[in-house]
Ligand binder design. Structure first.
Ligand code: GLU
Length: 561
């Protein structure tokens, strides 16, 4: 057959057969219902929240069903390749607790279905392209860019759908001799799929009943999708011999035995191409799960897509740098991924998230709203459940990597733990801890290196009273006082200097007092912590110890009074 000879001419070095690969990568031996999922990031050096969002779906589906989740590096788009980007991908996902069972790793491939990097799979793609050419389902196309532009112009004039298809695909039916001649002239060529579809005009004109061909695809998130079948002679191998995304996706996900393809909604328009490719190769397509775009509310309350340029929070680096705990981000992602997660969480406060039955059916298909304030709220609850000892360790490793200027905080881990635990055991526990950068700032006053006066003395307290308050406080300070005894002394200082012992007395008769006990204790707070608000002062002093407490008050008097 002519097409057989063309295939041999184009791919003389491909000696493996499709059967060879089918055998080499057999169906996986997994229990019934086990799902095989994959993450296929491109090594652009930028790994974003969308990747993590998708990865999380992949991970849950695979691990919940006893299946496998693997990492494949999709580096066929050489223009976008950034050196070191694979490390970025692996490190970032690892940071957020996303673990792969197989695939690309920093130590090389792990698993029986590799290579897991597309640029190393050239022979495999060529083998299947050869098969399609041999069967007349694909062909070499020698159209130059200028010729394609010319075709487009003609199509615009004729008001028909642009693209290479049907009569416009002028290399479709080239003979063996024509191909030999073009190759002899060293003309560059691509391999195109020979599509069976027809453009929309054919349908509108009703001239051919094949034109009404539609595809029906079941999407696990979106339900059954009905779309017009593909009609374009899509490029499957570029002039360089490198596959396009479409072809690589189909070949890889078949041979790697992926059962569920989770990917962004931006791939929906090319779904008909993929379905036709699966059909032509005689393979069963995977179950598709097209996830919704991540959206945010802008300043005016309108939903818009997260953008790389405008929204630093789209980059995963942002969360590592700010130091969000992986558990917090995972918990939050589940709240946007599954609409029933929050309800489940209320009923199962302490259960690990792995116990939640994640399902694609409860996923939004119209744009998942990402809200950083909500993330922070979720983080507060998550942090509360993590023991202070673990938070201290986690904070240390974050600081090592992202904020070495806080290294001094980790010299005395017991001290740090006590600080982190303040108010967490209360009946209404304090939720002060959100993410690492916020935490180190929040607790910075416990460390002389970071201590600074941030707030002002309340205006109710005249300058001359500040010294009087602090002198009296120092004079009467007894580190062994209990909380009541300690506060009694502050009340005494307040009344001695003309401040109400209780805020409500001051509110009732403001003219009788300079201010109230709260204003007096704020002066002490500022001297001790540099801040007008803080957790309970007595508790803080107990943790700081007597020496630091006295030294802070003394220093304030010396420098400010
Ligand atoms: N390499 C593709 C991307 O980065 C992956 C899409 C897919 O998961 O199929 O968008």
């Amino acid at each position: 057959m002519e097409s057989d000879r063309i295939a041999e001419l184009l791919f003389p070095n491909i000696d493996k057969t499709p059967e060879y690969y089918e055998e080499k990568y057999p169906e996986r031996d997994l229990p019934e219902g086990a799902m095989v999922t994959r993450l296929g990031p491109s090594p652009t050096g930028f790994i974003h929240l969308g990747n993590l969002y998708g990865a999380f779906v992949d991970e849950r589906l695979a691990h919940q069903s006893g299946g496998k989740f693997f990492l494949r590096i999709e580096d066929t788009d050489d223009k976008r390749y950034v050196e070191g980007a694979v490390d970025v991908i692996i490190n970032s996902l690892d940071f957020f607790g996303i673990e792969f069972d197989e695939g690309a790793t920093q130590e090389g491939d792990k698993g029986d279905y590799g290579p897991y990097t597309q640029s190393l799979r050239g022979d495999i793609y060529q083998c299947f392209a050869k098969k399609l050419v041999a069967e007349g389902k694909a062909y070499p196309c020698f159209l130059t860019e200028e010729e394609i532009a010319e075709i487009r112009e003609r199509q615009e004039l004729a008001k028909v759908t642009p693209g290479i298809y049907g009569e416009y695909a002028s290399c479709r039916d080239w003979s063996y001799d024509q191909v030999v001649k073009a190759l002899g002239e060293r003309r560059p060529y691509v391999i195109r799929l020979r599509s069976d579809g027809y453009p929309p005009e054919a349908y509108i004109n009703g001239s051919d009943d094949k034109a009404i061909k539609k595809i029906r695809v079941k999407d696990a998130i979106r339900g059954t999708l009905e779309m017009p079948a593909n009609f374009l002679d899509t490029v499957i191998l570029k002039t360089t011999g490198i596959p396009t995304y479409h072809f690589a996706h189909v070949v890889d996900d078949h041979l790697m035995r992926t059962t569920h393809v989770v990917r962004g909604a931006e791939w929906l328009p090319s779904l008909p191409i993929h379905i036709e490719l699966f059909e032509k190769l005689g393979w069963k397509p995977p179950v598709y799960c097209h996830t919704a775009q991540l959206m945010k509310l802008d300043e005016n309350g309108n939903k818009r897509k997260l953008s790389k340029r405008k929204d630093p929070e789209l980059s995963l680096d942002y969360y590592r740098n700010e130091g969000y705990h992986a558990a917090a981000l995972r918990e939050y992602l589940l709240t946007i991924l599954n609409s029933n997660f929050e309800e489940w969480r209320m009923k199962n406060e302490d259960a690990p998230i792995e116990d939640f039955k994640f399902t694609t059916k409860k996923m939004s298909n119209s744009g998942a709203l990402f809200d950083i304030n909500k993330l922070n709220d979720v983080a507060k609850d998550v942090m509360l459940k993590i023991p202070a000892k673990d938070i201290a360790e986690w904070l240390r490793s974050w600081s090592d990597q992202f904020a070495p200027e806080y290294a001094d905080m980790f010299e005395d881990m017991d001290y740090l733990e006590k600080i982190l635990d303040i108010g967490r055991e209360d009946r209404k526990p304090r939720k002060d801890l959100v993410y690492a950068r916020q935490i180190v700032d929040f607790i910075s006053y416990f460390f002389d290196k970071h201590f600074k006066i941030e707030d002002q003395i309340p205006e109710e307290v005249p300058a001359e009273d500040v010294k009087k308050i602090l002198d009296a406080y120092l004079a009467g300070y007894d580190h062994s006082d209990d909380q009541n005894g300690w506060f009694g002394k502050i009340r005494e200082i307040a009344t001695d200097l003309g401040y109400a012992a209780r805020p409500k007395d001051y509110k009732k008769n403001p003219d009788d007092y300079k201010g109230h006990v709260g204003h007096v204790s704020t002066v002490i707070r500022i001297a001790l912590m540099g801040r007008a608000t803080s957790p309970d002062v007595w508790t803080i002093q107990q943790i700081m110890g007597e020496d630091m407490t006295r030294a802070r008050i003394r220093k304030y008097i010396e420098e400010n009074c």
